[in-house]
Design a protein around this ligand. Structure first.
Ligand SMILES: [Ca+2]
Length: 94
């Protein structure tokens, strides 16, 4: 983690850093274009559980999955008929 290097010892991201990092981390241009300043604000609010104005690594990981989830929901809409149902008993492990 070399992103938050302005304090030296702290491994946390402020909003600007969060944004920068998101832009670097998210590969999909499609997903990226779905993230606007509002989303960053929202993500920040959502993630900054301890309200210190910064997002630490753990919080950031959540951020990625939250944004990905938002995107997924946007893309699939709600409900959603899927052409491909799993026909043959694909058992999920996990
Ligand atoms: Ca925090």
């Amino acid at each position: 983690m070399e992103y938050a290097d302005d304090g030296g010892k702290k491994r946390q991201l402020n909003k600007d850093e969060l944004k920068k990092m998101l832009e670097q981390e998210i590969q999909s241009p499609e997903l990226k274009s779905n993230i606007n300043a509002d989303d960053i604000e929202e993500a920040m609010e959502m993630l900054d559980k301890n309200h210190d104005g910064e997002v630490n690594f753990r919080e950031f990981c959540r951020c990625i999955s939250v944004l990905a989830k938002c995107y997924y929901h946007k893309k699939t809409g709600k409900g959603g008929k899927r052409g491909k149902a799993k026909e043959q008993g694909a058992e999920e492990e996990g």
